[in-house]
Design a protein around this ligand. Structure first.
Ligand SMILES: [Zn+2]
Length: 137
């Protein structure tokens, strides 16, 4: 499964709403994607609607269960402090990410972080992020 491609395709939604392009997936123990989401902070004018929190809420509302210790999170950008708290709340233990987050450096000791730095199309995403931050300045 090409998780990066799935994540990248979700970013069109952020482009439309001019949200910072971040998307996230939850994957079960069979490597199947069970939830997808993206940053909707600006779209819905809600500071907690980061991709990671959105994807967690989507899955827990579908399964009516809040312990996600069996699931793995994939996100384009390393989770911020707020999302790290949410990830801990639902007991997700493993987080895969593609790009480091310069603005948030808090790492939970309860979470194993795996930086997927060898993704071949990562430059596409980095360019998209840089363009977005350029517009914000
Ligand atoms: Zn966040």
């Amino acid at each position: 499964m090409d998780y990066f491609k799935e994540l990248y395709n979700l970013l069109d939604n952020c482009d439309k709403s001019q949200d910072i392009p971040v998307s996230a997936l939850l994957v079960n123990s069979n490597s199947e994607i069970v939830a997808k989401s993206y940053n909707t902070r600006k779209l819905n004018n809600n500071i907690s609607e980061h991709a990671e929190i959105n994807v967690i809420n989507e899955l827990i509302s579908n399964i009516s269960y809040q312990n996600l210790s069996e699931y793995t999170l994939y996100t384009t950008l390393k989770p911020c402090t707020m999302c790290t708290g949410a990830i801990e709340q639902v007991k997700i233990r493993k987080v895969f990410y593609y790009v480091e987050n310069k603005f948030n450096t808090y790492e939970s000791p309860n979470i194993e972080y795996i930086h997927l730095r060898n993704e071949k199309n990562i430059d596409l995403y980095v360019k998209k992020l840089q363009n977005c931050f350029k517009k914000l300045r």
